[in-house]
Design a protein around this ligand. Structure first.
Ligand code: NAP
Length: 301
């Protein structure tokens, strides 16, 4: 068995890449083991000043974890890939009789009033609470920050191209998106504080309604973005149809439309106190994202 300090998942994604960037700056040349898929694009990690060892597999399946844990004893596992894989990881840890410190990225989706979306997260968090080792669960809100985000870059791109955006329902519900880099910084803070246990909600630096978000995008793009009001039911129907037709390639999901009708602002006071978490205001983060999108030719300059 090889004792290893840090095992990570999700390092080729938006948050994971930024996290490794922070780690490379604060602890240059650190040794890390990254679980990646055979199809993962690891090129963005190659320029980092880290000693990266790649373990290939799928973090959603037992066999991968059983194989890794038969050979390695990690002190800490940072699992960024998906909270849905946690039951499999806990199962393999139990089999291998290992209890590393776990840092898991969850989601504030666990608070959704729509049971069909929150019940899985609640059940998984319940299983994590039974873990005999220590763990720190970080629950981000909607993540934004670059063309790799799943949310705001699509909205910005649409507004830039068409000069309008549909608002399904009243558009009054609250949002508090978190910049991926603030989340990455929070993961590093959690790693540096292994004594911290329990869960932390990680929301962004500003609370806005959906309509205010569109006004902000319009201001930062410097071009008109009309708000086109449409009935909620129509939006749900469109989301459902697109998902049925395109599956995971659908630009919008039924869940996203439905959840636009619920407030998604959550206090990050506990994270501020324990993790030194001071996320940037949305106007700053969005301006950075728009500049990035312009620089990458994703939107017009
Ligand atoms: N996006 C949001 O608004 C949002 C909101 C709340 C919480 N979250 C959670 O926050 C975390 C980070 O989100 P993100 O947007 O930064 O992620 P992301 O860019 O989608 O990256 C996901 C990462 O996980 C890896 N991954 C996914 N499934 C895997 C599997 N079965 N086996 C091994 N690796 C796998 C991906 O590898 P590949 O490179 O091979 O694809 C990638 O490195 C995720 O857990 C997400 O669920 C996201």
């Amino acid at each position: 068995m090889v004792k290893i300090n840090l095992l990570l998942t999700g390092t080729t994604g938006l948050t994971g890449t930024l996290f490794l960037g922070h780690l490379a700056k604060t602890s240059p040349s650190s040794e890390v083991h990254c679980l990646v898929r055979p199809t993962s694009d690891c090129r963005p990690l190659e320029s980092l000043n880290l000693n990266i060892h790649y373990l290939t597999g799928d973090s959603a399946i037992n066999q991968t974890w059983d194989t890794i844990l038969a050979k390695h004893t990690p002190t800490t596992i940072i699992h960024i890939a998906s909270i849905r894989h946690v039951p499999v990881i806990l199962d393999s840890l139990k089999t291998s009789k290992q209890t590393p410190h776990l840092i898991v990225i969850g989601t504030t989706g666990v608070y959704s009033q729509y049971n069909q979306y929150s019940q899985d997260y609640k059940a998984i968090e319940g299983q994590l609470a039974q873990y005999t080792g220590s763990y720190c669960l970080l629950r981000p809100t909607m993540i934004y920050g670059s063309e790799r985000d799943k949310n705001l870059h699509k909205l910005i791109k649409f507004c830039d191209r068409y000069g309008f955006f549909p608002v399904f329902g009243a558009g009054n519900c609250l949002l508090q998106p978190i910049h991926a880099d603030d989340l990455a910084q929070a993961i590093l803070s959690a790693l540096q504080r292994p004594y911290l246990q329990g869960s932390y909600d990680l929301s962004g630096g500003s609370i806005v309604t959906f309509r205010e978000l569109l006004v902000l995008v319009k201001k930062l793009l410097g071009k008109p973005v009309r708000q086109v009001y449409l009935p909620l039911n129509l939006g749900v129907w469109i989301g459902t149809m697109l998902e049925n037709l395109l599956g995971r390639r659908s630009p919008v999901r039924r869940e996203q439309i439905l959840r636009l009708q619920e407030d998604k602002a959550y206090s990050h006071d506990a994270a501020q106190k324990d993790l030194d978490f001071f996320p940037r205001p949305l106007a700053i983060g969005l301006e950075q994202e728009i500049n990035l999108l312009r620089g990458h030719g994703v939107i017009s300059s």
